[in-house]
Design a protein around this ligand. Structure first.
Ligand SMILES: [Zn+2]
Ligand SMILES: [Zn+2]
Length: 357
Protein backbone atom coordinates (compact mmCIF):
# COMPACT_ATOMS: atom_id res chain seq x y z
CA UNK A 1 0.00 0.00 0.00
CA UNK A 2 1.31 3.48 -0.80
CA UNK A 3 3.21 5.42 1.81
CA UNK A 4 4.03 9.14 2.13
CA UNK A 5 7.62 9.66 3.28
CA UNK A 6 9.30 12.92 4.17
CA UNK A 7 12.99 13.54 3.48
CA UNK A 8 15.45 13.34 6.44
CA UNK A 9 16.33 17.03 6.25
CA UNK A 10 13.99 18.95 3.94
CA UNK A 11 10.21 19.17 3.44
CA UNK A 12 10.36 17.09 0.25
CA UNK A 13 7.62 14.42 0.11
CA UNK A 14 7.84 11.06 -1.66
CA UNK A 15 4.90 8.80 -2.47
CA UNK A 16 6.29 5.28 -2.35
CA UNK A 17 3.74 3.51 -4.51
CA UNK A 18 4.60 0.08 -5.92
CA UNK A 19 1.12 -0.12 -7.53
CA UNK A 20 2.21 2.43 -10.14
CA UNK A 21 4.64 -0.11 -11.66
CA UNK A 22 1.76 -2.14 -13.07
CA UNK A 23 0.42 0.80 -15.07
CA UNK A 24 0.28 0.21 -18.84
CA UNK A 25 1.44 2.74 -21.40
CA UNK A 26 0.81 3.28 -25.08
CA UNK A 27 4.30 4.78 -25.35
CA UNK A 28 6.32 1.58 -25.42
CA UNK A 29 9.48 1.68 -27.56
CA UNK A 30 7.95 -0.21 -30.49
CA UNK A 31 4.79 1.81 -30.35
CA UNK A 32 6.40 5.23 -30.30
CA UNK A 33 8.27 4.71 -33.58
CA UNK A 34 5.02 3.57 -35.12
CA UNK A 35 3.26 6.67 -33.79
CA UNK A 36 5.90 8.99 -35.18
CA UNK A 37 5.55 7.42 -38.62
CA UNK A 38 1.81 7.73 -38.48
CA UNK A 39 1.16 11.39 -37.71
CA UNK A 40 -2.59 11.59 -38.26
CA UNK A 41 -4.35 10.35 -35.15
CA UNK A 42 -7.80 8.80 -35.53
CA UNK A 43 -10.83 10.31 -33.76
CA UNK A 44 -11.23 6.98 -32.03
CA UNK A 45 -8.53 4.42 -31.23
CA UNK A 46 -9.81 0.97 -30.32
CA UNK A 47 -6.73 0.32 -28.14
CA UNK A 48 -7.18 3.50 -26.10
CA UNK A 49 -8.89 2.86 -22.73
CA UNK A 50 -9.99 6.52 -22.62
CA UNK A 51 -11.89 6.38 -25.93
CA UNK A 52 -15.69 6.06 -26.33
CA UNK A 53 -16.65 2.40 -26.64
CA UNK A 54 -13.91 1.34 -24.18
CA UNK A 55 -15.62 2.62 -21.03
CA UNK A 56 -15.48 -0.88 -19.52
CA UNK A 57 -11.66 -0.78 -19.60
CA UNK A 58 -11.68 1.79 -16.79
CA UNK A 59 -13.33 1.66 -13.34
CA UNK A 60 -16.97 2.91 -13.37
CA UNK A 61 -17.17 6.68 -13.80
CA UNK A 62 -18.48 8.61 -10.79
CA UNK A 63 -19.51 11.54 -12.96
CA UNK A 64 -20.25 11.67 -16.67
CA UNK A 65 -21.43 14.73 -18.61
CA UNK A 66 -23.86 14.01 -21.41
CA UNK A 67 -25.25 16.68 -23.70
CA UNK A 68 -28.89 16.07 -24.67
CA UNK A 69 -31.18 18.52 -26.46
CA UNK A 70 -28.93 21.43 -25.48
CA UNK A 71 -28.97 20.52 -21.80
CA UNK A 72 -26.12 18.96 -19.88
CA UNK A 73 -26.93 15.90 -17.81
CA UNK A 74 -24.74 14.76 -14.93
CA UNK A 75 -24.85 10.95 -14.88
CA UNK A 76 -22.78 8.12 -13.39
CA UNK A 77 -21.80 4.58 -14.46
CA UNK A 78 -22.96 1.57 -12.51
CA UNK A 79 -20.88 -1.59 -12.05
CA UNK A 80 -22.45 -3.34 -15.02
CA UNK A 81 -23.55 -0.42 -17.17
CA UNK A 82 -21.49 2.38 -18.61
CA UNK A 83 -22.88 5.73 -19.81
CA UNK A 84 -22.14 6.34 -23.52
CA UNK A 85 -22.15 9.48 -25.71
CA UNK A 86 -20.42 11.54 -23.03
CA UNK A 87 -18.46 14.76 -23.40
CA UNK A 88 -16.49 14.59 -20.13
CA UNK A 89 -15.90 11.52 -17.92
CA UNK A 90 -14.45 11.29 -14.35
CA UNK A 91 -13.41 7.96 -12.81
CA UNK A 92 -10.98 6.51 -10.24
CA UNK A 93 -7.45 5.89 -11.56
CA UNK A 94 -6.97 2.15 -12.11
CA UNK A 95 -3.39 2.43 -10.79
CA UNK A 96 -3.68 5.00 -7.98
CA UNK A 97 -0.61 6.56 -6.35
CA UNK A 98 -2.61 7.04 -3.11
CA UNK A 99 -5.22 4.83 -1.49
CA UNK A 100 -7.77 4.66 1.30
CA UNK A 101 -6.73 1.09 2.11
CA UNK A 102 -3.33 1.95 3.55
CA UNK A 103 -2.44 0.63 6.96
CA UNK A 104 -2.61 3.51 9.53
CA UNK A 105 1.10 3.44 10.38
CA UNK A 106 2.99 6.59 11.34
CA UNK A 107 6.72 7.01 12.05
CA UNK A 108 8.75 9.94 13.38
CA UNK A 109 11.68 11.85 11.84
CA UNK A 110 14.26 11.20 10.58
CA UNK A 111 12.45 8.17 9.11
CA UNK A 112 9.16 10.05 8.91
CA UNK A 113 6.26 8.38 7.14
CA UNK A 114 2.50 8.22 7.12
CA UNK A 115 -0.07 6.29 5.10
CA UNK A 116 -0.73 7.84 1.68
CA UNK A 117 -4.47 8.11 2.28
CA UNK A 118 -6.22 9.65 -0.69
CA UNK A 119 -8.18 9.59 -3.92
CA UNK A 120 -6.65 9.53 -7.40
CA UNK A 121 -8.95 10.17 -10.38
CA UNK A 122 -8.78 10.72 -14.13
CA UNK A 123 -10.90 13.29 -15.99
CA UNK A 124 -11.21 12.58 -19.72
CA UNK A 125 -11.66 16.04 -21.17
CA UNK A 126 -12.95 15.09 -24.63
CA UNK A 127 -14.32 11.99 -26.38
CA UNK A 128 -12.17 12.89 -29.44
CA UNK A 129 -8.94 10.86 -29.42
CA UNK A 130 -7.38 13.11 -32.07
CA UNK A 131 -7.96 16.32 -30.05
CA UNK A 132 -5.11 18.03 -28.21
CA UNK A 133 -5.23 20.59 -25.43
CA UNK A 134 -4.45 23.14 -28.14
CA UNK A 135 -7.65 22.32 -30.06
CA UNK A 136 -10.25 21.89 -27.29
CA UNK A 137 -12.91 24.58 -27.89
CA UNK A 138 -13.97 27.20 -25.33
CA UNK A 139 -17.39 25.56 -24.68
CA UNK A 140 -15.68 22.27 -23.85
CA UNK A 141 -13.29 24.06 -21.45
CA UNK A 142 -16.36 25.54 -19.68
CA UNK A 143 -17.68 22.00 -19.09
CA UNK A 144 -14.26 20.72 -17.98
CA UNK A 145 -13.89 23.54 -15.45
CA UNK A 146 -17.45 23.08 -14.15
CA UNK A 147 -16.87 19.35 -13.56
CA UNK A 148 -13.54 20.12 -11.98
CA UNK A 149 -15.11 22.55 -9.51
CA UNK A 150 -17.81 20.00 -8.72
CA UNK A 151 -15.28 17.21 -8.07
CA UNK A 152 -12.79 19.32 -6.11
CA UNK A 153 -15.69 20.41 -3.87
CA UNK A 154 -16.70 16.75 -3.41
CA UNK A 155 -13.12 15.70 -2.60
CA UNK A 156 -12.74 18.43 0.02
CA UNK A 157 -15.87 17.10 1.75
CA UNK A 158 -13.91 13.89 2.52
CA UNK A 159 -12.28 13.46 5.89
CA UNK A 160 -8.82 12.33 4.77
CA UNK A 161 -8.41 15.14 2.21
CA UNK A 162 -6.15 18.05 3.19
CA UNK A 163 -5.28 19.16 -0.33
CA UNK A 164 -6.53 18.40 -3.84
CA UNK A 165 -3.84 18.43 -6.48
CA UNK A 166 -5.12 19.07 -10.03
CA UNK A 167 -2.69 18.51 -12.89
CA UNK A 168 -2.21 17.59 -16.54
CA UNK A 169 0.53 15.40 -17.98
CA UNK A 170 0.46 15.82 -21.74
CA UNK A 171 2.89 13.81 -23.87
CA UNK A 172 5.18 10.91 -23.08
CA UNK A 173 8.09 13.13 -21.96
CA UNK A 174 5.73 14.87 -19.52
CA UNK A 175 4.83 11.58 -17.84
CA UNK A 176 1.56 10.71 -19.59
CA UNK A 177 0.84 7.02 -20.25
CA UNK A 178 -1.83 7.77 -22.86
CA UNK A 179 -2.09 10.49 -25.49
CA UNK A 180 -5.89 10.90 -25.17
CA UNK A 181 -6.24 14.34 -23.48
CA UNK A 182 -6.93 13.93 -19.78
CA UNK A 183 -6.49 15.65 -16.45
CA UNK A 184 -5.94 14.13 -13.01
CA UNK A 185 -6.88 14.89 -9.42
CA UNK A 186 -4.93 13.39 -6.53
CA UNK A 187 -5.55 14.15 -2.88
CA UNK A 188 -3.04 14.45 -0.05
CA UNK A 189 -3.63 14.57 3.67
CA UNK A 190 -1.77 17.90 3.92
CA UNK A 191 -0.47 20.79 1.82
CA UNK A 192 2.29 19.85 -0.65
CA UNK A 193 5.59 21.70 -0.02
CA UNK A 194 5.29 24.18 -2.93
CA UNK A 195 1.78 25.27 -1.91
CA UNK A 196 2.91 25.46 1.72
CA UNK A 197 5.77 27.81 0.71
CA UNK A 198 3.44 30.01 -1.35
CA UNK A 199 0.97 30.12 1.53
CA UNK A 200 3.72 31.12 3.96
CA UNK A 201 4.84 33.91 1.62
CA UNK A 202 1.30 35.24 1.34
CA UNK A 203 0.73 34.95 5.08
CA UNK A 204 3.95 36.86 5.90
CA UNK A 205 3.24 39.51 3.30
CA UNK A 206 -0.28 40.03 4.69
CA UNK A 207 1.14 40.37 8.20
CA UNK A 208 4.01 42.70 7.27
CA UNK A 209 2.66 44.75 4.33
CA UNK A 210 -1.10 44.15 4.61
CA UNK A 211 -0.93 43.00 1.01
CA UNK A 212 -1.06 39.61 -0.71
CA UNK A 213 2.39 38.81 -2.13
CA UNK A 214 0.77 37.42 -5.27
CA UNK A 215 -1.39 40.53 -5.85
CA UNK A 216 1.85 42.51 -5.59
CA UNK A 217 3.44 40.36 -8.31
CA UNK A 218 0.33 40.78 -10.46
CA UNK A 219 0.52 44.54 -10.27
CA UNK A 220 4.22 44.33 -11.26
CA UNK A 221 3.62 41.97 -14.18
CA UNK A 222 0.41 43.50 -15.60
CA UNK A 223 2.36 45.82 -17.86
CA UNK A 224 5.78 44.20 -17.73
CA UNK A 225 7.75 42.74 -20.63
CA UNK A 226 6.82 39.31 -19.25
CA UNK A 227 3.09 39.86 -19.79
CA UNK A 228 1.67 37.47 -22.39
CA UNK A 229 -2.01 38.34 -22.68
CA UNK A 230 -4.92 39.34 -20.46
CA UNK A 231 -8.67 38.81 -20.50
CA UNK A 232 -11.24 40.64 -18.41
CA UNK A 233 -10.49 38.60 -15.29
CA UNK A 234 -7.20 36.76 -15.94
CA UNK A 235 -3.57 37.59 -16.67
CA UNK A 236 -1.09 35.22 -18.35
CA UNK A 237 2.60 36.00 -17.93
CA UNK A 238 6.01 34.36 -17.97
CA UNK A 239 7.30 34.38 -14.38
CA UNK A 240 10.49 36.25 -13.41
CA UNK A 241 12.46 33.08 -12.56
CA UNK A 242 10.92 30.21 -14.54
CA UNK A 243 12.35 26.74 -13.92
CA UNK A 244 11.22 25.66 -17.42
CA UNK A 245 11.73 27.26 -20.84
CA UNK A 246 8.49 29.00 -21.96
CA UNK A 247 6.86 28.44 -18.58
CA UNK A 248 3.78 30.61 -18.00
CA UNK A 249 1.30 31.29 -15.21
CA UNK A 250 -2.38 32.27 -15.35
CA UNK A 251 -3.71 34.31 -12.41
CA UNK A 252 -7.13 35.72 -11.57
CA UNK A 253 -6.55 39.50 -11.56
CA UNK A 254 -8.51 40.14 -8.40
CA UNK A 255 -7.49 38.61 -5.08
CA UNK A 256 -9.18 35.23 -4.95
CA UNK A 257 -8.23 32.34 -2.66
CA UNK A 258 -10.89 29.75 -3.47
CA UNK A 259 -11.07 28.07 -6.87
CA UNK A 260 -14.48 26.77 -5.80
CA UNK A 261 -15.92 30.28 -5.49
CA UNK A 262 -15.07 31.26 -9.07
CA UNK A 263 -18.44 32.21 -10.62
CA UNK A 264 -19.94 31.28 -13.97
CA UNK A 265 -18.87 34.46 -15.77
CA UNK A 266 -15.29 34.08 -14.63
CA UNK A 267 -15.26 30.37 -15.57
CA UNK A 268 -16.29 31.42 -19.08
CA UNK A 269 -13.43 33.91 -19.11
CA UNK A 270 -10.95 31.30 -17.82
CA UNK A 271 -12.12 28.90 -20.54
CA UNK A 272 -11.23 31.54 -23.15
CA UNK A 273 -7.83 32.08 -21.50
CA UNK A 274 -7.05 28.35 -21.42
CA UNK A 275 -8.15 27.90 -25.04
CA UNK A 276 -5.98 30.84 -26.09
CA UNK A 277 -2.88 29.84 -24.10
CA UNK A 278 -3.05 26.12 -24.92
CA UNK A 279 -3.51 27.04 -28.59
CA UNK A 280 -0.59 29.48 -28.37
CA UNK A 281 1.69 26.93 -26.72
CA UNK A 282 0.88 24.35 -29.34
CA UNK A 283 1.21 26.68 -32.35
CA UNK A 284 4.33 28.53 -31.17
CA UNK A 285 6.25 25.43 -30.12
CA UNK A 286 4.69 22.64 -32.27
CA UNK A 287 2.67 20.87 -29.61
CA UNK A 288 5.34 20.34 -26.97
CA UNK A 289 4.88 17.92 -24.09
CA UNK A 290 3.89 19.87 -20.98
CA UNK A 291 2.64 19.67 -17.41
CA UNK A 292 0.00 21.97 -16.00
CA UNK A 293 -0.69 22.38 -12.30
CA UNK A 294 -3.46 24.20 -10.46
CA UNK A 295 -2.21 25.90 -7.30
CA UNK A 296 -5.32 26.27 -5.15
CA UNK A 297 -6.00 26.94 -1.48
CA UNK A 298 -7.04 24.10 0.73
CA UNK A 299 -10.74 24.36 1.56
CA UNK A 300 -10.14 22.86 5.01
CA UNK A 301 -10.53 25.13 8.01
CA UNK A 302 -7.41 26.57 9.65
CA UNK A 303 -5.12 26.10 6.63
CA UNK A 304 -3.15 28.99 5.20
CA UNK A 305 -4.53 30.32 1.91
CA UNK A 306 -2.94 31.27 -1.41
CA UNK A 307 -4.09 33.43 -4.32
CA UNK A 308 -5.06 30.52 -6.58
CA UNK A 309 -3.58 30.21 -10.08
CA UNK A 310 -2.46 27.84 -12.84
CA UNK A 311 1.18 27.09 -13.77
CA UNK A 312 2.23 25.51 -17.09
CA UNK A 313 5.64 23.87 -17.59
CA UNK A 314 6.52 22.98 -21.21
CA UNK A 315 8.97 20.06 -21.31
CA UNK A 316 11.42 21.30 -23.89
CA UNK A 317 14.71 21.47 -21.97
CA UNK A 318 15.50 18.51 -19.71
CA UNK A 319 16.36 19.03 -16.06
CA UNK A 320 19.83 17.59 -15.41
CA UNK A 321 22.40 17.32 -12.62
CA UNK A 322 22.43 20.96 -11.47
CA UNK A 323 18.63 21.07 -11.39
CA UNK A 324 18.04 17.71 -9.72
CA UNK A 325 20.98 17.90 -7.35
CA UNK A 326 20.84 21.52 -6.29
CA UNK A 327 17.48 23.08 -7.04
CA UNK A 328 19.24 25.50 -9.42
CA UNK A 329 17.72 25.63 -12.91
CA UNK A 330 19.36 26.55 -16.20
CA UNK A 331 16.84 28.22 -18.53
CA UNK A 332 18.13 29.04 -22.04
CA UNK A 333 15.03 31.14 -22.87
CA UNK A 334 14.73 34.44 -20.97
CA UNK A 335 11.10 34.78 -19.83
CA UNK A 336 10.92 38.20 -21.53
CA UNK A 337 11.61 36.46 -24.86
CA UNK A 338 9.23 33.60 -24.09
CA UNK A 339 6.50 36.17 -23.36
CA UNK A 340 7.06 37.83 -26.73
CA UNK A 341 6.81 34.56 -28.64
CA UNK A 342 3.85 33.20 -26.66
CA UNK A 343 2.19 36.66 -26.69
CA UNK A 344 2.27 36.90 -30.49
CA UNK A 345 0.81 33.39 -30.79
CA UNK A 346 -1.80 34.10 -28.09
CA UNK A 347 -3.01 37.30 -29.82
CA UNK A 348 -3.51 35.31 -33.04
CA UNK A 349 -5.49 32.65 -31.16
CA UNK A 350 -7.60 35.33 -29.46
CA UNK A 351 -8.37 36.99 -32.81
CA UNK A 352 -9.52 33.63 -34.21
CA UNK A 353 -11.79 32.98 -31.23
CA UNK A 354 -13.31 36.45 -31.28
CA UNK A 355 -13.74 36.03 -35.06
CA UNK A 356 -15.67 32.80 -34.56
CA UNK A 357 -17.95 33.87 -31.72
ZN1 LIG B 1 -8.54 7.68 -26.98
ZN1 LIG C 1 -3.84 38.11 -4.01
Amino acid sequence: MPELRQDYFTNRLVLVSRERLARPSEFTKQNSSLKEANHARPKRDENCPFCPGNEDKTPPAELVLVSKNNTLLKLADSDNERVTDWTVRYFPNKYPAVSLDSEPKYTDPPLQSEPAFGYHHVLIVTPDHSATFGTIPVEQWVDILAILQDRVRWLYSKKTVGYVSVFINSGNEAGASFSHPHLQTLTLTRLPPLIEEEARSMHNSMAELSMCSMCRVLSLETNSERKIISTESFLAFAPWAPTHAYEFWIFPKKHETSFLKVGQKEIQDLAVMLRVMMGALSSALSDPPFNLSFHISSEKKMTKQIHWHIEVYPQIVKWAGLERGNGVYINPVPPEEAAQILGAAARKQMAQIIGIT
